[in-house]
Design a binder for this molecule. Sequence first.
Ligand SMILES: [Zn+2]
Length: 227
Amino acid sequence: MYAGHFAIGFAFSSRFRDVPPWIPLFGIGLLDIVDGVLVGAGVERVTPSAQANGYMHMALDFIDWDHSLLMSLVWSALAGLVAWRAGGKRWAMVAAAAVFSHFLADLAMHDPDLALWPYSSAHVGLGAWSSLPVGSWFLEVIFVISMILIGCSNGIQSLNASKYPIMVMAFLAVQLTPWWSPMILTGDAGTSSSPVIYGLFIVVGFILPASLMSWFMMRPPRANIGS
Ligand SMILES: [Zn+2]
């Protein structure tokens, strides 16, 4: 999942107004940020593949240090601990839940490439990307809209107040589609350079939107800006 992760972060930050929005918005991407760094550094391995993971075009050969069930729980606990030290129980709860939500959302989309623990031979993944090459994208869009509605349960007014973060999510959903997946580029770049390019794509692809959405959500309401 991609835009869907941010939609979960958006729902969290809209519902837990007392927790800074960047906590869930970076939390939902933590596993992929770690993944990008470890693949780029050569610790983990992915291979460009037209067949694997639908429009991701990527066989995720070894991503156990961030995307296994056990390590997702470990990263969630770590994020929760740091947030707890920094801001208390509610920060911790939102951080841990946001980080772990990434595993659950990926579980629906990924081929069975999510190990139960590092080096485990047991892998899970419901494979929506592969079994529904186009339908999975529509399902993700429906999921994003549902999360927006959960976040904006106060109706039109809250939708209006969130229009910029919503635009970011719409952009993310539109730029990663079965028809023009930017992930093809990481394969075209050749196998020697592609781990670094893949890493860069993933890290930037999560840090940039998370920063932008956090900034929009932390801005004071428009009435307070100038006249
Ligand atoms: Zn992921």
